[in-house]
Design a protein around this ligand. Structure first.
Ligand SMILES: [Zn+2]
Length: 399
């Protein structure tokens, strides 16, 4: 059977994009920190003391009885003395959501995340470094971490993206240390490896993981097939992003995640999007079955969306909004609603070493989301956003 070159290229691109996944943020112009978002930030500045009374609190672990939560100087406080009071009237207060897989684009990325209660965004490929570094530590906006440039194999699809930094191409194990030290010098918070077939070979994956761990950096692997997941597990990476779409993970492979303490970030929203393109061999049922196997095995699962706005990527989940969809998909795949909420709050905070967030407890960042309805009964209630706070500063919910 023959296929014209253009058609082959398109299909091959879609196939490899599905395998490669995922958006790699390009070189979009840096957006100025516009006045608009500064003006839209309202009410409680990070210094104001506010008492949220009559809130039913999901503290990152479980839902408790109604109580008062104090926001004091950007953190969860202890005493309500002297605080302005906001009566939550029994609404549910959640820790701000953490999206464990996004691709940072510009300041609008942060604003959209913030409006949907995603108060921390963990980028999984973004360049140049000046882009993500310029978007760090914006008071009152979503807080980010970034992988920066991922490691890819010579000749891989990613390496052919015109804006892809040459320093991300790793030809062999002898280049692993240089790759890792370059990322660290650029400000990468963790190291991302693209595991693909063909792609970085086993020796190179091992060397990259070892070098990153020597610098106490977490290692993220991109893997979208059973074979690449096996390679990532063997290399000893810390987290595996996406889940196989060829066939579902077996219980034996899922058990290896759990026994090795390796964390899964399924990005079901992205997998669903790719399955919807009708590409042969890509099955959403396999992705969902993989999540079910991981949960059954007791592996840690985090919520991540792969939100991106990267030219050429055929699936672009919306920043912020898609996090609520991801929670819904995780529940459909077998997680309880409480497990899904943990996957978006306390668990990513623990897994990424973000020790100041992810729970509602005195001394932690006042990253909070107040929702109407009961997401424990129906996960879709997380969309009913009444108010959002980031580091104690209130942010207007998305319309
Ligand atoms: Zn991605």
């Amino acid at each position: 059977m023959t296929m014209c070159t253009t058609e082959w290229n398109r299909r091959e691109f879609l196939r490899t994009a599905a395998v490669a996944g995922t958006a790699v943020a390009g070189t979009q112009a840096l957006a100025a920190p516009g006045a608009a978002h500064a003006e839209r930030r309202t009410a409680a500045g990070s210094g104001e003391k506010v008492a949220l009374t009559n809130a039913r609190v999901f503290d990152g672990g479980a839902l408790g009885a109604p109580r008062t939560v104090v926001i004091d100087n950007g953190l969860i406080g202890v005493s309500a003395f002297g605080a302005r009071t906001i009566d939550c009237r029994g609404a549910i207060l959640l820790p701000g959501l953490i999206d464990a897989h996004i691709h940072i684009e510009d300041v609008n990325t942060l604003e959209r995340l913030a409006g949907y209660g995603v108060t921390t965004g963990l980028d999984m490929a973004c360049f140049p470094p000046s882009l993500f570094n310029s978007l760090r530590r914006r008071p009152g906006l979503t807080d980010i971490r970034s992988a920066g440039t991922p490691a890819v194999a010579p000749g891989s699809r990613q390496s052919q993206i015109p804006t892809f930094p040459p320093s991300g191409i790793v030809a062999g194990p002898e280049q692993a240390l240089q790759f890792v030290t370059t990322r660290i010098s650029e400000g990468s918070d963790y190291i991302k490896l693209i595991v693909d077939v063909p792609g970085l070979d086993r020796a190179t994956l091992n060397a990259l993981t070892k070098a990153a761990h020597a610098f106490r950096k977490l290692v993220m692997a991109h893997a979208t097939s059973v074979a690449t997941v096996e390679e990532a597990l063997l290399a000893g990476v810390d987290m595996i992003h996406h889940v196989p779409m060829d066939t579902a993970l077996t219980s034996a492979t899922a058990a290896r995640y759990a026994s090795g303490g390796q964390v899964a970030v399924p990005t079901l929203t992205m997998m669903e999007g790719f399955a919807g393109l009708g590409i042969p061999g890509l099955s959403y049922a396999a992705a969902e079955g993989s999540v079910a196997a991981l949960r059954q095995a007791g592996a840690r699962i985090l919520a991540g969306t792969d939100s991106n706005h990267t030219p050429g990527i055929p699936v672009q989940p919306a920043f912020g909004l898609s996090m609520h969809h991801e929670l819904e998909l995780l529940v459909q795949a077998g997680l309880t609603t409480v497990e899904a909420l943990r996957a978006a709050t306390s668990l990513p905070a623990q897994s990424f070493g973000l020790r100041d967030r992810g729970v509602i407890r005195p001394g932690y960042r006042a990253d909070l989301l107040l929702v109407d309805g009961d997401p424990i009964a129906d996960i879709r209630a997380t969309r009913n956003i009444r108010r959002v706070w980031i580091g104690g500063a209130e942010y207007p919910p998305a319309a």
